[in-house]
Ligand binder design. Structure first.
Ligand code: HEM
Length: 423
């Protein structure tokens, strides 16, 4: 029997993710009773809900069987899927990025940036990033005891870091932030392009317009960096070749767009979520100040806690069995990182924020050949920010109600009002 309609609707409902407890409760029920089962809703192609940590890994371990590029890589309804194929000339994803390609193409594209984002390659950036972190800590302190940590700090610091690494000038940061928010928060009237509730048709139109605006921006970037190559990542992308040829238009645009959007929104959400957790737990700040060696545990737990990428989809290229379920060629699957990171069989107290876990095999960066390309940079920039902040922060508490974005894809807190004192 399929997962109940009510549960299936809850786990794809953007509004439910803005009240995270609702989604967490739904997934807890699914993990307990039907951890890998089908959801069947009229307006959406049936999809398997993969809710357990082990099953997500099992599927991501087999990229030739569970492919990214054959169907949409994020949850869309039948009508949306059809329109995307019309707009793209037959492709299932509006943007052809690393997450929507497979096999040799994926390997070749990933190889363009991968050597430049390994832990060793990014080590020389540490001092520059620390400088940026100090600027943002000073900026936060300039609010004299009260700020919206999400909007005033967490959205801006990872933005500055990634734009510096990519080579995007400071004056373009606000533009990048706006378009990223439009892309990932299309269901949220506060952040989407039209600043309104949208019908599915309007939502797709606005995504397309945002994509076109980003493409126009990056077209000029390609011209600039081909004329004058540098070591910045956008220049590596502009000048990369597969065989003798430059990346084609869709590959180029997809690469720029994923790096410039996923490269900060995810980290911003995690940072905002960690501050929210701190502000609700006075003992946590004390623990961090007494045990600065727990900083990596804090960062890892904040990534597990926030899970800024809620899901990605896969489609089966052949028949196979996972956890006793028969998956058929062509079936569509939702890998729920939100659920996998709350799996009771992996963590004791998955709904608590704890820095004393012996192991924390969080799966919020995904797994396997598509595992997050920016994971080491994300960890490093968050560690540095917290190191700098913990030196200065004496106390922090919520100063009103926090608010999450309305989205079922890449999302997190949009308002974290705090009151704080400093040393
Ligand atoms: C806390 C921060 C972040 C989280 C939680 C996160 C999460 C993810 C997830 C879940 C995936 C898909 C993995 C899979 O399919 O198995 C992914 C892929 C990706 N991420 Fe991140 N990400 C973060 C930060 C970043 C940053 C800072 C960058 C930019 C440098 C970045 C760039 C990418 C790219 C390019 C991919 C596609 C990789 C591929 O398909 O081969 N991410 N990320």
């Amino acid at each position: 029997m399929a997962i109940s309609e009510q549960l299936a609707r809850t786990i794809i409902d953007p509004k439910a993710y803005s009240e995270r407890e609702i989604v967490d409760a739904a997934f807890a029920e699914i993990r307990a009773s039907q951890p890998l089962d089908k959801a069947e809703l009229d307006e959406i192609e049936p999809f398997w809900v993969v809710s357990r940590h082990a099953d997500i890994k099992e599927i991501e371990r087999q990229p030739d069987v569970f492919r990214n590029g054959d169907k949409s890589t994020f949850m869309t309804n039948r009508e949306g899927n059809e329109k995307v194929r019309m707009l793209t000339g037959g492709e299932p994803n509006l943007i052809r990025s690393l997450v929507s390609v497979d096999g040799d193409e994926h390997k070749a594209l990933r190889g363009v940036v991968f050597p430049h984002v390994t832990p060793r390659a990014i080590r020389p950036l540490e001092e520059q990033i620390r400088g940026i972190a100090r600027e943002f800590v000073d900026y936060m302190l300039s609010f004299e005891g009260e700020c919206d940590f999400a909007a005033d700090v967490a959205f801006l610091y990872p933005l500055r870091v990634i734009m510096t690494v990519l080579g995007v000038p400071r004056e373009d940061e606000a533009f990048m932030l706006k378009l990223t928010q439009e892309l990932f928060n299309n269901a949220d009237p506060e952040l989407n392009r039209a600043r309104a509730e949208l019908t599915p048709e309007e939502a797709l139109k606005s995504l397309w317009e945002t994509t076109m605006e980003l493409e126009a921006y990056f077209k000029a970037v390609t011209e600039r960096y081909r004329a004058n190559p540098t070591t910045e990542i956008n220049s590596l992308i502009a000048n990369a070749r597969i065989g003798d040829d430059y990346l084609n238009h869709r590959q180029l645009m997809g690469y720029y767009i994923i790096a410039a959007t996923a490269g900060h929104d995810t980290t911003s959400n995690t940072t905002a979520g960690a501050m929210w957790a701190l502000a609700e737990r006075p003992e946590l700040l004390r623990q961090m100040q007494d045990s600065p060696d727990r900083i990596n545990a804090f960062v890892e737990e904040s990534i597990r806690w926030e899970v800024p990428v809620k899901h990605f989809m896969r489609s089966a290229a052949s028949d196979c069995e996972v956890s006793g379920q028969q998956i058929k060629a062509g079936d569509w699957l939702m890998l729920s990182y939100q659920s996998g990171n709350r799996d009771e069989s992996v963590w004791t107290d998955p709904f608590d924020f704890r820095i004393d876990r012996e192991a924390n095999p969080q799966i919020a960066f995904g797994y396997g050949v598509h595992v997050c390309l920016g994971q080491h940079l994300a960890r490093m920039e968050m560690r540095i920010l917290w190191e700098e902040l913990f030196k200065r922060l004496k106390s922090v508490e919520m100063n009103g109600k926090g608010e999450r974005t309305i989205s079922n894809f890449v999302c997190g807190p949009k308002h974290v009002p705090i009151r704080f004192t400093v040393n």
